[in-house]
Every structure is written in C-alpha cells, then in structure tokens.
Design a protein around this ligand. Structure first.
Ligand code: UDP
Ligand code: MG
Length: 323
C-alpha cells in the first residue's frame, strides 16, 4: 500500500467539495449516488456542501441530508459569490488527505471517485477528469472550450484536454497551498504548477443536465480568455514583473532614443525641419511609453512583495526535509 492510500485509510480521510447554487432538484439524487459510492469505499470521508447563496430552497434540501448523515457538512454563503469562492471555502475547511471537487448538478458522476483516487495513488498530486464525451451545447460550450484548453495548455505548459471539468482530485498539500481568485478554479493544475506538481488526467463520465439550469453561457468564454492573460502573467512573471514590463519599456525607450537622435542630427546638421515629421511624435511617444513601462514594472515588483507577504505565503513549498 502506498503512502497516500495509507494516510487515507488511517482515518485522515477524503473530503468531497461540492459548490452548489440553486440545484434544489438534484440534491437528493446527488446524495444517493454519493452515498452509494462513498460507503462502498471503506475509508473515512466528509462531504463539504457549499451553498453559494441559493435562493430556490437548496439549503433546506442540504439540511435534510445533514440531519440524516453528519458526514455531510454545510457551508452557507450570505449571497452568491461564485463557483470559485465556493470551492475555495471548501478547500479551507476540508480536512481530508485527499480532496475531490464535484459539480452538484449530476453532470459529473460520483461513481468516478474511486478511479480518481486510484490514479492519485500512483503518485500524482492532481488527477483531473476529462469529459471525453462531453454532454453540453456544441457551439456555445464545447467548441470554445476546445480552443481555450489548447491555449491554456500551450501557455502554461501543463497539458490537459479538459481544464473545465470540476471533477478533480487533489492531495491536501495542493489545496492548502493555493489561493483562488475570480474564476480561477478551472486553472488549479496550472496554478499549482508553481509549487511543482505531478498532474494526470483520466477520462470520466459526463451527463447532460437533467435538473435545473446551467449558470453559464457564452459570456464565460470572454472571462476565460481574460483569465488566461492573468494566469500567464502570474505564472511566469509574478516573481519578477520588472522582467516583462522593464524589457518592453527598455525596448520602447531605446527605439525612441535612436529615432530622436536621428531627428536631432538631421535638424542640427542637415537643416531639416522637425515640425512636419510624424516620426518626431512617434519617437517622443515611445520614450514616454518606455519610461511608463519601466515604472509600472517597478510598482508591480513592490506590489508582488506585498502580495506574498499579506497572503503569508512563502515563495516556495518544501517536499521533504532530511536532516
Ligand atoms: N455554481 C456555484 N456558484 C455559481 C455558479 C455555479 O456554486 O455562481 C455551481 C453549480 O451549482 C454547479 C457547478 O457550480 O454545481 C457548475 O455550474 P454549472 O453546472 O451551471 O456549469 P456548467 O456545467 O454549465 O459549466
Ligand atoms: Mg453543469
């Protein structure tokens, strides 16, 4: 028996984290399916049900479950904060050695949980579900998602077919060492790559939505694209933003400087007028942009130091210490 499995069995357990927003109709079924899978697994577990400000009576359904089975715990938000904050809250309160996230709408199948865990036991830190046979609208959801997944894989160097699948399994160290903002939960494998993680992907089942409504539409694609920019920046340059802003600034400044020098020489020694030359304006513009970019880089450097300090997060994560 390997390490993770030993830890799970010895009672530290498995935490299931489920973000829930207005999913009244699927809760009962979700419980039945989960209970069937989990009780057959012979390990200690808890299920964190995060009610993300539901207004349709979801909370009452959750209470019924909690009364029946105390292993199902509820965290209720005051209002709708979003799927990422819901997952984040689950991560904060989860105690399990392994944490698994899952959608509440039954599009993910709780029956896949054992598959994820056994893959994790092969020595991975994250096992991500891959909805190989995804049951969502083709034009608005599946197609944009294929492109987004390609871009994210390329930019982050963490190659997954399906970033968007909520069904993922994590080792405790991973979820306790990341902070999630915006819509970032889908990028956890990429975000966690900063601390050095082994990521695997396994095909999982996917069902079309039978109850309730999807909370997302096409507008999400735009958000995902903007998030990719943030992600790339945070992953590659957050340690030293001056490297990217400063470089661009120096380049712009240098080009501006060369162009102005040329114009000054032409003016002084060849008597050419400056007033009607667009190049004059461009060169001044480039020098100014250059100065601004370098300054932004410096400010970002200061911000990043504050950022790490405030989060009380160190700039590294240790795997072993052997003394
Ligand atoms: N969800 C949430 N807060 C939100 C939006 C969604 O907790 O603001 C939950 C939702 O209840 C579901 C999961 O996140 O359990 C995924 O949402 P949805 O099924 O609508 O997304 P889709 O499967 O269409 O991508
Ligand atoms: Mg769904």
């Amino acid at each position: 028996m390997n390490d993770t499995l030993k830890k799970i069995k010895s009672g530290i357990g498995l935490s299931i984290v489920i973000p829930i927003y207005n999913e009244r109709e699927s809760i009962k079924k979700l419980y039945e399916k989960l209970d069937k899978t989990l009780s057959g697994m012979n390990l200690k577990y808890e299920v964190m049900l995060i009610d993300d400000g539901s207004t349709d009576g979801t909370f009452n359904e959750l209470l019924k479950i909690h009364r029946k089975n105390r292993l199902y715990k509820i965290i209720r938000f005051r209002k709708n904060f979003g799927q990422t904050p819901a997952i984040s809250a689950g991560f904060n309160y989860a105690e399990g050695e392994v944490v698994i996230t899952l959608d509440a709408d039954l599009q993910n199948d709780p029956g896949d949980i054992p598959v994820l865990i056994s893959k994790l036991n092969e020595g991975y830190d994250i096992v991500s579900g891959w909805r190989k046979n995804r049951k969502d609208k083709a034009v608005t959801r599946r197609f944009p998602s294929i492109i987004a997944n390609k871009i994210i894989s390329k930019l982050t160097g963490v190659h997954l077919h399906d970033y968007g699948c909520t069904l993922k399994a994590y080792k405790k160290e991973v979820v306790k060492n990341i902070n999630l903002y915006g819509e970032m939960h889908r990028y956890i494998p990429a975000i966690a790559s900063w601390m050095g993680v082994k990521v695997a992907e396994v095909p999982v089942m996917h069902h079309s939505r039978r109850y309730g409504k999807s909370k997302y539409g096409v507008s999400r694609t735009i958000k995902v694209i903007l998030d990719i920019i943030t992600l790339k920046f945070l992953l590659s340059y957050s340690q030293s933003p001056i490297q990217i802003f400063g470089l661009a600034g120096l380049f712009s400044g240098l080009v501006g400087f060369i162009m102005t020098s040329y114009l000054i020489i032409m003016r002084l020694f060849f008597n050419q007028p400056l007033a009607d030359r667009p190049l004059f304006i461009l060169s001044i513009f480039m020098i100014l942009i250059g100065v601004q970019l370098v300054t932004i880089g410096l400010m970002a450097e200061v911000l990043m130091r504050v950022y790490h300090k405030v989060q009380d997060r160190s700039t590294y994560v240790i795997k072993d210490i052997i003394l």
